[in-house]
Ligand binder design. Structure first.
Ligand code: URP
Ligand code: ZN
Ligand code: ZN
Ligand code: ZN
Length: 461
């Protein structure tokens, strides 16, 4: 079965070139000058369109247990929504509950995901119980294709690890060549501020932002970097939202330390003003770290240009407004943390290209090529080249669309980007050579997605 994508501009981190792409079954077999091949079983005309490697969202939470409920997208609905938005791979987080093993956690996440995903998927492991046996199991996880481990400096009593526990896990990461991903907020100080706010009768959603000041993200980021330096471990800061944290990352990188960071579209486009919306509407925007003052956004765009921010992921963790965010009415600390976004990352970052904040090449690099390299999927994923999986998006840069809960495919009853006018739209999506989205129809079927065992980080190993 041969598919030819012809007439388009093929994108990579170095920009765009006019080229045709020949696919045989699941793989790309040739990228040629226009017109070299002219027939195939299926010919897709990409004239005037971008032909780009499918997006890789390295930070999602499908069916994630949090605050007594579960994030609203299942692996089936969440990966379907991802495909609609031009993302062809997700890396989701398996979550170790305290007192359980990493291996049983991984089994549980396979049970949830296997056979249910529309696109390919991998896992990171959230380590919330550091002990001798967990540390040993990190090696077993790596052998099973899970080569990155998320830890939390936030959420005391839930996911939180002490500095000593983080240090031990980092030593293990150094020994094994794996990656520690850090949720860097000072959870101990934040919990005091939260308790004080509630005691003062301040329970509205905006307090979520006011009790998690950006300086406490900067402090935790610096501390994580220091621990990584002492242990020689590489470090990947997740969902970086604050200028203070970015400065710490940039300084470490300037000194040659292997520190990487991602940001998310919500921190580039939304702000604490959204959290302050009246009538509990702000609950829609409760995620951690919180949305910041608008002044942070320019720094984050700059970080994307300078590569101090290497990746854009969504931290997709949707909770319905009506029945889930509602759990925290009157007490913001009980609002499930997280926002939807897996469907809109490619479109939202394209607005950065349209606005001149980032180049076309940088868009592709931050949304696809770098996550593939960072998390051991390259060159199977993240590039259009002979031998790579034919995970390809045909993107119309001139189309217009308006984002809305009425039209999105995520299983959540609101859009954080309701009414956003977008220039550009995904037209066709191929996952391993199969057309899964085409001009408004979805045809992947449940279970097309395969588990991706990942190598170690390819910037280091
Ligand atoms: O608020 C968030 N980010 N929820 C998902 C869990 C996490 O910390 O990434
Ligand atoms: Zn986190
Ligand atoms: Zn997350
Ligand atoms: Zn719902």
């Amino acid at each position: 079965m041969r598919t030819l994508i012809k007439g388009g501009t093929v994108l990579s981190p170095t920009g765009g070139t006019s080229a045709d792409v020949l696919i045989e079954d699941e793989r790309v077999v040739a990228v040629t000058a226009p017109g070299v091949f002219d027939n195939a079983d299926t010919v897709l005309d990409a004239t005037g369109k971008y032909v780009m490697p499918g997006g890789i969202d390295a930070h999602t939470h499908m069916e994630m247990p949090f605050g007594g409920t579960f994030s609203a997208d299942t692996f089936e609905t969440g990966t379907t929504a991802a495909a609609w938005g031009g993302t062809t791979t997700i890396i989701d987080f398996a979550v170790q509950a305290k007192g359980t093993s990493l291996v049983s956690t991984l089994d549980k996440w396979h049970e949830k995901a296997d056979g249910n995903c529309a696109i390919d998927y991998g896992f990171h492991m959230i380590v919330s119980d550091v002990n001798d046996s967990t540390l040993k199991e990190m090696g077993t996880c790596i052998d099973a294709g899970v080569s990155s481990f998320k830890m939390f400096m936030a959420y005391p009593g839930v996911f939180y690890s002490t500095d000593g526990e983080i240090l031990r896990a980092m030593q293990k990461a150094t020994e094994t060549g794996s990656t520690i991903m850090m949720h860097a907020e000072n959870g101990i100080a934040i919990d005091e501020l939260v308790a004080q706010s509630l005691a003062a009768g301040k329970g509205d959603p905006v307090q979520h932002g006011l009790t998690r000041p950006s300086i406490l993200e900067g402090e935790a980021t610096s501390r994580a970097i220091a621990l990584a330096k002492v242990t020689g471990s590489p470090l990947y800061i997740v969902h970086l939202s604050a200028a203070e944290a970015l400065s710490a990352v940039a300084e470490a990188r300037n000194e040659g330390q292997n520190v990487f960071a991602e940001t998310c579209p919500q921190y580039l486009y939304l702000s604490i003003e959204d959290l302050a919306k009246p009538d509990f509407e702000g609950a829609k925007y409760v995620a951690s770290p919180p949305l910041r003052e608008k002044k942070h956004q320019a720094d984050l765009w700059r970080g994307l240009r300078t590569n101090d921010l290497s990746v854009v992921s969504t931290d997709h963790c949707p909770f319905c407004f009506k029945d889930q965010k509602e759990l925290g009415r009157g007490d913001f600390s009980k609002i499930p943390n997280g926002m939807p976004g897996v469907e809109h990352r490619m479109d939202l970052l394209h607005q950065g290209v349209v606005a001149g904040e980032i180049s076309l090449g940088r868009w592709v690099e931050a949304c696809s090529t770098t996550p593939a390299r960072m998390f051991g999927l390259y060159p199977r994923k993240g590039v259009i080249a002979p031998g790579s999986d034919a995970d390809i998006v045909i993107y119309d840069p001139a189309a217009r669309q308006t984002l809305s809960a009425e039209t999105h495919h995520m299983a959540v009853d609101y859009s954080a980007y309701e009414g956003f006018e977008i220039t550009g739209k995904v037209e066709t999506v191929l996952s391993r050579g199969k057309v899964v989205v085409s001009s408004g129809t979805f045809s992947a079927g449940t279970g097309h997605g395969e588990f991706l065992p990942r190598e170690l980080c390819q910037y280091l190993n």
